[in-house]
Design a protein around this ligand. Structure first.
Ligand SMILES: Cc1cc2nc3c(=O)[nH]c(=O)nc-3n(C[C@H](O)[C@H](O)[C@H](O)COP(=O)(O)O)c2cc1C
Ligand code: SF4
Length: 429
């Protein structure tokens, strides 16, 4: 079952010709010419489309929280800078017109007069193609004034990011759009739907979330909801990476396959290298708690994964086999977050840096046994109790993204840590 990836079987999926030949803009015409904005929003609510950017909040419910105001904005989040997350990358490069169509539908449904697509600055080809898709849409009357004679007008602006991971956090992104340093804003009380870009109500939605909208409008919210099960409806893109034979981005119906299918299945990851065994995998991006072989039979569903103590997050699954060093892997993740901390909150800024340094000394063979307790204490200071979902002492959840990898590695691979300390070197090197 393909929704957002339906066009990707064509080598020229990014062109206007292929887009129009495969039903492109049919949904936009239907929405603008046959439906009211409220009717479009109602279909999205029925679909129970969960946001695909990480938090998994229902798009329809978020739209319903938008404050009434003269000016409203839509911001499409394509910052995608978390290590091993690369599914939006595929969509912006391979089906940019679908994204523009989805953004225009969303703008119509929420009454936005301006939409911004904020793309990771390193996506050079993606930026080129999305800009071309925007230009094409203006040229054929699918964007701008009085779209398709419907009386609805909206502009879309493409904004490249400047390379800070924190600017993917929605309020930091808004700061960045306003020309400020990418500092997350304190929320609650004011979420972007109440006070967003330039102080006006703003909806921030992920690239994949928005790319689902044309299908939902064309086929109806009920059809989307009939795919998957429970709260996990429709399909999702999973970016599979790490020590797996066939890494890549796979679109699957939610809850219908398990992690075992994704990692070992013939049409997906095709397993590990010969004579290697799986030691751990990360189910939802670098910030999510690790899973182990006993979790392989869990279905790819939001609630199923949450109940087992982790999250589907940004849809990236990272596989580790017995040749990889768990200390190094956890250190690598902690270092990323420590370096990307914006520095506003002491636990994240200082705690992340300490953890990075301690993990480095253990990995390099200079660790001490008491470092393990020190690491856990630091984790507890950033995110009290080191539980999932995380408790927070910080403005945003970048801080609490640091402890999961450290606590998982220590609790599951304690002997490995001790071996590093005892032997004064990495036993995997
Ligand atoms: C540190 C951090 C980085 C984030 N990076 C992204 C990102 O690159 N793309 C994204 O869509 N959401 C990202 N998010 C989540 C956004 O804040 C927001 O929840 C999301 O864009 C909302 O879209 P959705 O409801 O469609 O998922 C990030 C959150 C945090 C805390
Ligand atoms: S948690 Fe870290 S990244 Fe988030 S606002 Fe605080 S210092 Fe900045």
């Amino acid at each position: 079952m393909r929704i957002v990836g339906a066009r990707l079987e064509h080598a020229d999926s990014h062109t206007l010709e292929r887009f129009l030949a495969t039903g492109g803009n049919n949904a936009l015409r239907k929405a603008l010419l046959e439906m009211t904005p409220e009717a479009v929003a109602a279909e999205v609510l029925t679909a129970n489309l969960l946001g695909r950017g990480g938090a998994g909040f229902e798009a329809g419910r978020k739209w319903g929280m938008l404050r009434k105001a003269k000016r409203r904005y839509l911001v499409v989040n394509g910052d995608e800078s978390e290590p091993a997350t690369f599914k939006d990358h595929l969509l912006v490069e391979r089906d940019p017109h679908q994204l523009v169509e989805g953004a225009t539908i969303a703008a119509y449904a929420i009454g936005a007069s301006l939409a911004v697509i904020y793309l990771r600055g390193e996506f050079a080809l993606g930026l080129e193609r999305v800009q071309e898709a925007i230009n094409d849409a203006y040229r054929i009357g699918a964007l701008g004034r009085d779209i398709f004679g419907s009386g609805f007008s909206v502009d879309i602006v493409l904004q490249p990011g400047a390379g800070a991971y924190i600017c993917g956090e929605e309020t930091a992104l808004l700061e960045s759009l306003e020309g400020n340093r990418g500092f997350p804003r304190i929320k609650p009380p004011y979420f972007p739907a109440v006070i967003g870009l330039y102080g006006d109500p703003t909806i921030v939605n992920n690239v994949e979330t928005v790319s689902n909208l044309p299908w939902i409008v064309e086929n109806g919210g009920e059809a989307f909801k009939s795919l998957g099960s429970g709260r996990s409806t429709g399909t999702r893109l999973f970016a599979l990476s790490g020590q797996v034979n066939r890494p890549g981005v796979y679109e699957v119906e939610m809850t219908k396959i398990t992690f075992r299918d994704l990692i070992f299945g013939e049409e997906f990851g095709q397993g590990l290298a010969p004579s290697r065994s799986l030691t751990a995998f990360i189910p939802g991006g670098a910030s999510s708690p690790w899973f182990f072989p006993e979790h392989l039979d869990l279905p790819l569903g939001q609630d199923e994964v949450a109940k087992a103590g982790s999250m589907l997050g940004s849809g990236s699954v990272i596989v580790m086999d017995d040749s990889s060093c768990p200390v190094r892997s956890a250190w690598r993740i902690a270092r990323f977050f420590a370096r990307e901390s914006c520095g506003q909150c002491t636990p994240c800024r200082e705690g992340g840096t300490w953890i990075d340094r301690i993990m480095e000394r253990i990995e390099r063979g200079n660790g001490r046994e008491e470092d393990l307790d020190l690491l856990l204490d630091l984790c507890d200071n950033i995110s009290p109790g080191v539980v999932w979902p995380p408790a927070q002492t910080t403005i945003c959840v970048l801080g609490p993204s640091i402890p999961p990898a450290i606590s998982a590695a220590i609790s599951r691979f304690r002997d490995d840590f001790l071996l590093h300390i005892k032997e004064g070197r990495c036993p995997h090197a």
